[in-house]
Design a protein around this ligand. Structure first.
Ligand code: THU
Length: 130
């Protein structure tokens, strides 16, 4: 699965976004260690904090199917159908991903037609653990 293919799946998942409050639609596509892809979109709520980001929607869908090891995630967010600036996963999503993913887990973002790849450790150098 190439980064281009994964971003394409994230953009497709974004079309299911339920975001009547922010009007910011996000899609995510998470690649498991076994090569399976789980997608998610942001799902908002009238009680704002009850909403969920696309990354966690994808992660929890995968975790609920017993998946525990992941290679990379692609994220595409925008107010329109253009992706001028990259959508960087929020702190809560980084912590959630950090539960399952190693420091070298890749986060694939898009900026116009370009892909940008970061490692989880760049956005979350250390994480809370119990
Ligand atoms: N959002 C995501 O789904 N992922 C991100 O990486 C950043 C923010 C959502 C949450 C909310 O529904 C909307 O984008 C605006 O913050």
């Amino acid at each position: 699965m190439t980064n281009e293919e994964l971003i394409k799946l994230a953009k497709r998942a974004r079309l299911q976004s339920y975001s009547p409050y922010s009007h910011f639609s996000v899609g995510a596509a998470l690649l498991t260690w076994e090569g399976e892809v789980f997608t998610g979109c942001n799902v908002e709520n009238a009680s704002y904090p009850a909403g969920c980001c696309a990354e966690r929607t994808a992660l929890f869908a995968a975790a609920a199917k017993g998946k525990r090891k992941f290679k990379k995630i692609a994220v595409a967010g925008s107010f329109s159908d253009e992706f001028a600036s990259p959508t960087i996963p929020c702190g809560i999503c980084l912590q959630a991903l950090g539960e399952f993913c190693e420091d070298d887990f890749e986060i694939v973002l898009c900026e116009n037609d370009n892909l940008i790849v970061h490692k989880l450790s760049e956005f979350l150098p250390i994480r809370f653990t119990l």
